[in-house]
Design a protein around this ligand. Structure first.
Ligand SMILES: Nc1nc2c(ncn2[C@@H]2O[C@H](COP(=O)(O)OP(=O)(O)OP(=O)(O)O)[C@@H](O)[C@H]2O)c(=O)[nH]1
Length: 305
């Protein structure tokens, strides 16, 4: 029997929008049962990947942006920074707005940001079932901010109701078109097992977050290369690489006499052991990879065995 051909497009879409705009409802509606939502467990709240949708038209990896809130603590501020950057370097950035309510400061903030993003931008006017009274105000807001900023930048506008499903097939069709041709980013039968490497990477990164000043963690990625089962006791030998942008950051991440990375390794090891309930050995390497954020090959490789 011949297998159906694999889809030949695959890309990344970021979901952006203020709380209550309907991001989660929209995501659920877009992916329906066809998807493996990446694990509902508590750990994945830190995880940016929310879902991977594969169908004959292609594959879309949906990235979530943690809500932007008025964060006082450093971790919250860093999360905001991550959220703001999630719109960059993706194949489609979806700004979801609630068209039944007027644009809020946060919507305008996102518009300002998206005007400078190189990603293809789609503004999704959600909750159209409530009448979409304020749809025009969002378009006006876009135009006004673009003019203020001197940016001749257009967005694509889609009117939907995540609740009733109206407008969703058209939006999906368009998203698949926007995904670049190329091999799948993730295996098609994604992936109950897949989040493990991501989660462990997150746990390690979080330990750096806790110990470093703002600039560095933002320029820091952790990629778990390998999880090897040990012969005895069901333990894991994990090796991971910490990527930074610049040489100067390498020293910071390693710390005086290697103290910082050692501490991170110990704490991360403890966290992983707690989460997966097994003995863990962890090896960390630091690598300088200028502009890693612009290369999403790191993302491509995450999760592959
Ligand atoms: N009438 C209507 N309500 C909607 C629609 N989409 C979402 N909602 C409602 O809006 C509320 C917020 O939706 P969520 O999907 O939780 O919003 P969110 O943007 O994910 O919010 P956070 O999880 O806080 O980021 C819920 O009560 C939804 O049922 C829609 O198209 N029409």
């Amino acid at each position: 029997m011949t297998q159906p051909p694999l889809p030949s497009r695959s890309g990344i879409a970021a979901l952006i929008g203020r709380a209550n705009a309907g991001k989660s409802t929209l995501l659920n509606r877009m992916v329906e049962e066809k998807v493996a939502i990446v694990s509902g467990t508590a750990q994945t709240t830190r995880n940016l990947i929310r879902a991977v949708l594969t169908d004959p038209r292609g594959q879309i990896v949906f990235l979530d942006t943690p809500g932007i809130h008025r964060a006082k603590e450093p971790l919250g501020r860093r999360m905001n920074k991550i959220a703001r950057n999630a719109a960059d370097g993706v194949d489609a950035a979806l700004l979801i707005v609630d068209a039944s309510a007027p644009p809020a400061m946060e919507d305008e903030g996102w518009i300002r940001r998206l005007l400078f993003s190189e990603s293809h931008v789609l503004v999704v006017l959600n909750k159209d079932d409530l009448g979409g009274r304020h749809a025009r105000a969002y378009r006006d807001c876009w135009e006004r901010v673009a003019e203020e900023k001197g940016r001749d930048r257009r967005a694509e506008w889609h009117t939907v109701s995540a609740l009733t499903g109206a407008g969703i097939p058209e939006l999906m069709e368009r998203l698949f078109e926007l995904m670049p041709a190329g091999p799948l980013l993730f295996p098609p039968d994604v992936l109950t097992d897949y989040p493990r490497k991501l989660n462990i990477g997150d746990l390690i990164r979080e330990q750096f977050f806790r110990r470093l000043r703002e600039e560095v963690p933002h320029a820091l990625a952790v990629r778990v290369e390998n999880i090897e089962e040990t012969d005895a006791g069901g333990g894991w030998n994990i090796s991971a690489t910490v990527y930074v942008d610049r040489h100067s950051q390498k020293g910071i991440v390693i710390g005086h006499k290697g103290r910082l990375i050692k501490k991170v390794r110990e704490e991360a090891r403890r966290e992983v052991r707690k989460m997966y309930d097994r003995p863990v050995a962890l090896e960390l390497r630091v690598k300088v990879e200028p502009k890693w954020r612009e290369n999403y090959w790191i993302l491509r490789e995450l999760g592959y065995a």
